[in-house]
Design a protein around this ligand. Sequence first.
Ligand code: GCV
Length: 659
Amino acid sequence: MKNTDWSQLWLAYHKVSDDGGKWHISFDGFDEKNRVINSLKNEVSLALPKLTGAEITDTGADTELKVIKDSSIAKEGFVVKKMGSTVTIGASDENGALYGMFELLRLITLREVDADFELLSEPDNPLRMMNHWDNMDGSIERGYSGRSFFYVNNEIIVDDRTRDYARFMASIGINGIVINNVNVKQAASYMITDRYFSKLRELSEVFADYGIKMYLSLNFASPIEIGGMDICDPLDEGVISWWKDKCKEVFTELPELGGFLVKADSEGRPGPFTYGRTQADGANMLADIVKEYDKLIIWRCFVYNCTQDWRDKKTDRARAGYDYFKDLDGEYHDNVILQIKNGPMDFQIREPVSPLLGGLTKTNQMLEVQIAQEYTGHQIDLCYLMPMFKEVLEFRTHCQDDKDTVADVISGKAFGNKNCGIAAVINTGNDLNWTGNDLAAANTYGFGRLAFDTTLSSEEIAREWVKLTFALSEDAEDKLVKMLLDSRRIYEKYTCPLGIGWMVTPETHYGPSVDGYEYSRWGTYHRADHLGLGVDRSDKGTGYAQQYYKENAEIYNDPKTCPEELLLFFHHIPYTWKMMDGRTLIQYIYDTHFEGESEAEELAAMWDSLEKEIEPEAFARVKQRFDMQIHNAREWRDQVNSYFFRKSGIADEKGRDIF
Ligand code: GCV
């Protein structure tokens, strides 16, 4: 049966059989009145009849479903077991029980419940969060799927859609949601005042029903903006006392709130630097105050001077995070978590892993990725991001001999931290299908699944999502999974080669503008001249490569050992440089851009071939996006190739037209 309810994403529960029979549900050790257990009951009562025609009954059941408290299972983990006509979900807490139920429903949808089985799953990351960049006027910074569903005209909305959203998030194991943009401006500064408390409480309770803690982004200058003070110096007694009173008020009014996320001293946002204080001074001041309420301060490391002049060849934005934060390692208090973007720059299609991850060894760390496709195609172009996230998670930092991957660091396995995990800038909005491009929901789903279980492969996640969302023949399913898996590589081919990044239209961040440079008239990101391109970040250049532990620093420092996909991130390379396969760099650029464009056309053709199996409206929505993607890919191909042809004066060996 085709999926026709796009508002339900992977919880559409399309029918898989008609022989569900009668189910009886019992609870042992869990309070049936608990809000999360209540959500569990609601979900199973909604899903089972839809999936299998099953009836929930008190007597004469064919299947016994037992939800049992089992303290041997890790926090938020679960066991799902089927033996004959008895299905058991074991968990040590309510979240685990809810996740176990979603797992069971997933297995039923995937038709994996015929034989007896036992499955144990315990979350790899303690915190699994979504960050919304929603503004209170209803716009979304870097949002590509409509307006905000949290805010309209500076008012907070809590409705059925909010509840559905909470269900989706719980179904993939998300346990924390930051509901407002890290750029906290105008009305959003008043979120921590009684203007919004009652609506915020309502919202936080919807989340709490699904085991999710709500968080707010905080304006560091709140003492000035809403408190009428002249300063927000984190070491000033008056400022500290203002925050104490404010936090008391906030956590009394919003007991379910998990804490605050802070962007300070970056892109015009206020912060401790104004007063000659460190990032640790700022974070610790707030953390000490919220500690009494058992809350967290999540402090972003995306701190850099956006107006720096790149004509100075030593200046390097990539260095900033490490330069500002590394020396303060060990100074951050226990309830501070540093949130670190996956790369040192800004969510480009290819960047090295941030050297801060694992570079810090005495500090709670959280990885920040972006599923909103700011630089990766705006949810117009297909770009399934799990392969990128897997690379980041599996990266060996060499912070110690073993247990040194990014996954080890952020899960707490490396250094024993409890306050740590992973967050994604989310890609949802008020569009019916939530993510603009229906296929972009694979990233929403995938992020949650991967955050919970970092060992899942990109393909396993893609296949699950396809099966849960569509009802396709095996052949069509294989095609769609392949499209997803190939999409990041294709996008990379027709856009920025070899880790150079950007070359994108400033401000909008969609479409090519090879020399496009944000914030100033000086410099380019690629630093191309008539001989070559790329940024020398070796010890002879900006020295960025030396921010890594020795093993990685040595590899990155030398263009001959540097992984080729990052060559131009780390080195300024002549156009005539021989790549590993013998091609010159310039030929590689030409070839990949021609290939990327034609592979984007192949993706579109593959989608066309699925027409008979996909419900017409969804088919048309996605088809329209592929048309736009092809147009975009052509523009990238032509602009990048002609730019470097003119710059280098070297013709394409294959004699193709370069416009
Ligand atoms: C929320 C990039 C984006 C900004 C974003 C910023 C951040 O610079 O373009 O829109 O601001 O990252 O992560 O804070």
